[in-house]
Design a protein around this ligand. Structure first.
Ligand SMILES: NC(=O)C1=CN([C@@H]2O[C@H](COP(=O)(O)OP(=O)(O)OC[C@H]3O[C@@H](n4cnc5c(N)ncnc54)[C@H](OP(=O)(O)O)[C@@H]3O)[C@@H](O)[C@H]2O)C=CC1
Ligand SMILES: O=C1O[C@H](COP(=O)(O)O)[C@@H](O)[C@H](O)[C@H]1O
Length: 593
């Protein structure tokens, strides 16, 4: 990783924390090798970590796992000398950075996601110096395009979102020069052999690391993985594959996809992306919980009355009806994005921040949940609506959607976690398209219990719910974390008011928040798996939703129709009321004028 990448301070903090937690580890020595006439001395160090038992580990092995003793390096020019662990890690990083290269192939480069998210995220990483020194980006798709045409296409979607910064257009030019295109079929090993040749030309004699981003429809995932792994894998570095959702459409198809992927890849090579995990406030959830004394003690059924996970968009499936109709909102949003947030919210404290420790806890909480029951779910579908002289189309008005479609574009559900911490606490999810909200809203609302024996009860009237504390984590838009509290209105009287203790990101931080895809791409390049979905997590997630999805489809249960731009089906309110809950997002702050 380039040393000026803005992630470095945080990364350094994480490394320091790990170091502080680790037992006094290895002594580290390094020796200069001579005679190669290299100018950069750092490329010429032979570095070894010497573990307490005297076991020596070469630097390019994974220090955690390498246990094989190696013979000491030949010291041709000087004796081994001691360096600190910090110096060692810096040297190791620098040495690796110079000797290796990363090739990123965006498969499906002509598509919507590639243009909208992946190329812009790669550019932002480049701008921030977060990409390795040597990298190449290839677009791959069937469409015929030259390198220049790809660059032209990509340049239209790149923005200097890091606005008010210097050299943005220069940086864009530099970035585009590192982007290339290869046209090929997704199931042609021959075409991937051609890609491999082109990649090799760019990689030269460096250790080649290869990342394939599958930005394509799921029915061709396996063709691509087969061809890429057989004909375009790295021979001397790592090969990783980012897989976009949907990961199947139920337990069986998801398991079949995993089995298919594992014919060609091992689990550690598979990076199943859920871009919600890369969102700043979702990342911050664990920090909020585990680094503030005030929250963690309250984080249980003792103090929390209910938790709400809410997603809404003020637009329909525009242009994606064909894909959407085969999936519906439950698979599109709930089974992945909202459930992932729920798992992070509700998991027990992991042993450490290591990927496997966090993912183990997420799996545990998912496995503690009761599969969804039909009576705990409400589904809806938007219909055409005319407002202010404009007619907004209904879902089935989309030409790619069958006229008799019963696919839900809205769903609300009540989920429960059967463990000691959360027994009886409703976790309510609500997700919908073409609603009345501002743009796209994603938030977590935590409603606390009533204050027992509240001295100020008389000041709240009969509606005590209104007086309870509520913690809101607004994932988007306009990121914020605020806590609703009761306070006294200043003055001689005693009148109470509701106010927000508000961490509003735009006011607190001047720096723009990176897009989720930036964080996740960087993690995949660095081999950080914490924010990617492991196969057992995926199985657990599907187990919760599959029986319900099958029942909905087998019985062809009709969704409740709601007008485009409305607040969604009233059934959602009855569902909440069944569990004595009021949706927290119904206040004016959420709605357009
Ligand atoms: N778009 C989005 O906002 C999001 C997308 N995703 C997921 O990301 C992936 C890519 O999405 P998106 O870019 O929208 O997809 P597209 O439909 O735009 O497809 C991407 C590319 O794949 C090729 N392609 C499309 N359909 C077929 C087909 N039937 N057979 C073979 N090739 C095909 C086309 O390239 P060519 O014809 O040139 O080969 C197309 O440009 C999907 O898995 C999607 O579910 C996930 C979250 C959000
Ligand atoms: O995965 C998906 O997410 C988008 C919403 O993502 P966001 O980052 O814009 O909130 C949603 O529109 C789409 O239907 C779904 O497939």
């Amino acid at each position: 990783m380039a040393l000026s990448c803005m992630r470095c301070p945080a990364e350094a903090a994480a490394v320091s924390a790990r170091r502080a937690a680790a037992p006094p580890a290895a002594a580290v020595s390094f020796a200069r090798c001579g005679g190669f006439g290299r100018s950069a001395a750092v490329e010429c160090w032979r570095v070894q970590a010497v573990a307490p038992q005297g076991v020596k580990v070469p630097i390019d092995a994974d220090m955690k796992n390498a246990v094989t003793p190696t013979t000491p390096p030949m010291v041709e020019n000087g004796s081994p000398s001691e360096i600190t662990l910090d110096e060692f890690e810096d040297l190791a990083a620098l040495s690796k950075n110079n000797d290796s290269t990363v090739s990123i192939t965006v498969v499906g480069a002509s598509g919507d996601l590639a243009k909208k998210k992946i190329f812009p995220a790669l550019f932002a990483l480049y701008y921030e110096d977060c990409l390795p020194k040597h990298f190449t980006i290839f677009g791959y798709a069937r469409s015929k395009m030259t390198d220049a045409e790809l660059r032209n296409m990509v340049s239209k979607t790149l923005t200097c979102r890091i606005d008010k910064r210097e050299n943005c257009s220069e940086k864009m030019e530099e970035f585009l020069e590192r982007c290339f295109y290869h046209s090929g079929q997704y199931d042609s090993e021959g075409h991937f052999i051609d890609l491999d040749k082109k990649l090799k030309q760019h990689e030269g004699s460096r250790v080649s690391n290869r990342l394939f981003y599958l930005s394509i429809p799921p029915n061709i995932f396996l063709d691509v993985v087969k061809c890429a792994s057989k004909s375009a894998s790295s021979v001397n570095g790592w090969t990783r594959v980012i897989v976009e959702k949907p990961f199947g459409r139920d337990s069986e198809s998801s398991a079949a996809l995993t089995r298919g992927l594992k014919q060609y890849l091992v689990e550690d090579q598979i990076f199943r992306i859920d871009h919600y995990l890369g969102k700043e406030l979702v990342e911050n959830l664990s920090v909020l919980r585990f680094s503030n004394l005030v929250f963690e003690p309250l984080w249980s059924r003792q103090y929390i009355r209910n938790v709400q996970l809410i997603f809404s968009e003020d637009f329909g499936t525009e242009g994606r009806g064909g894909y959407f109709d085969g999936y519906g909102i439950i698979r599109d949003i709930m089974q992945n994005h909202l459930l992932q947030i729920l798992a992070l919210f509700a998991m027990e404290t992991p042993i450490s921040l290591e990927a496997e420790d966090i993912r183990n806890e997420k799996v545990k909480v998912l496995r503690s949940m009761k599969p969804l029951q039909l009576e705990d779910v409400v589904i809806g579908q938007y219909k055409s609506h005319t407002k202010g002289g404009t007619t907004y189309p209904g879902y089935i008005d989309d030409k790619t959607v069958p006229k008799d479609s019963v696919t839900p574009t809205f769903a609300a559900a009540a989920l429960f976690i059967n463990n000691a911490r959360w027994d009886g606490v409703p976790f309510l999810m609500k997700a919908g398209k073409a609603l009345h909200t501002k743009r796209y809203v994603a938030e977590i609302r935590v409603q606390f219990r009533h204050v027992p024996g509240n001295l100020y009860k008389g000041s709240f009237g009969t509606d005590l719910d209104r007086a309870t504390n509520e913690l809101v984590i607004r994932v988007q838009p306009d990121e914020a974390i605020y806590l609703k509290i009761n306070n006294k209105i200043p003055g001689l009287g005693m009148r109470l008011d509701r106010s927000n203790l508000n961490l509003h990101y735009a006011a607190r931080y001047s720096k723009e928040i990176p897009d989720a895809y930036e964080r996740l791409l960087l993690d995949a390049i660095e081999g950080e798996r914490r924010l990617f979905i492991r196969s057992d997590e995926l199985d657990a997630a599907w187990s919760l939703f599959t029986p319900l999805l099958k029942e909905l489809e087998e019985k062809r249960i009709a969704p409740e129709l709601y007008p485009y731009g409305s607040r969604g089906p009233v059934g959602a309110h009855y569902l909440a009321a069944k569990y004595n809950v009021r949706w927290g997002d119904l206040s004016a702050e959420h709605y357009k004028a």
